[in-house]
Design a protein around this ligand. Structure first.
Ligand SMILES: [Zn+2]
Length: 114
């Protein structure tokens, strides 16, 4: 298996193998993603352009309460694709997810068909 997340110079990447739990985590991620979308709608009228909003981390950890700070533009741009989630760098990914974009503030991961 080729894992683009485990590239050179990046320490601390964790790929969790969750046999039988993938379904649940995907549900969880979708839920967090929905919450973030609603959050984006709610704060839209209140934030100024370029201002960052603390979105929920969309990683595979059911109990994660981490926040990813993104502007609304960044959030929309990063979520253009349905199978894409934004997580805190180094947070657990579900097996089969690859990192599309790694930044200091966030990682954009994509769920690939397994
Ligand atoms: Zn997380």
């Amino acid at each position: 298996m080729v894992d683009e997340g485990l590239r050179e110079g990046n320490d601390g990447y964790v790929v969790i193998r969750m046999t039988g739990r993938n379904e649940r985590s995907t549900e969880n991620q979708k839920r967090f993603n929905d919450v973030n979308e609603r959050l984006g709608e709610v704060v839209k009228a209140r934030v100024s352009p370029g201002e960052r909003v603390a979105f929920l981390c969309e990683c595979a950890d059911d109990l994660c309460h981490g926040r990813v700070e993104l502007t609304l533009d960044e959030f929309e741009e990063l979520h253009e694709d349905k199978n894409v989630y934004v997580i805190i760098p180094g947070h657990p990914r579900v097996n089969g997810e690859v990192v599309l974009r790694g930044e200091a503030r966030f990682e954009q991961v994509e769920k690939r068909c397994q």
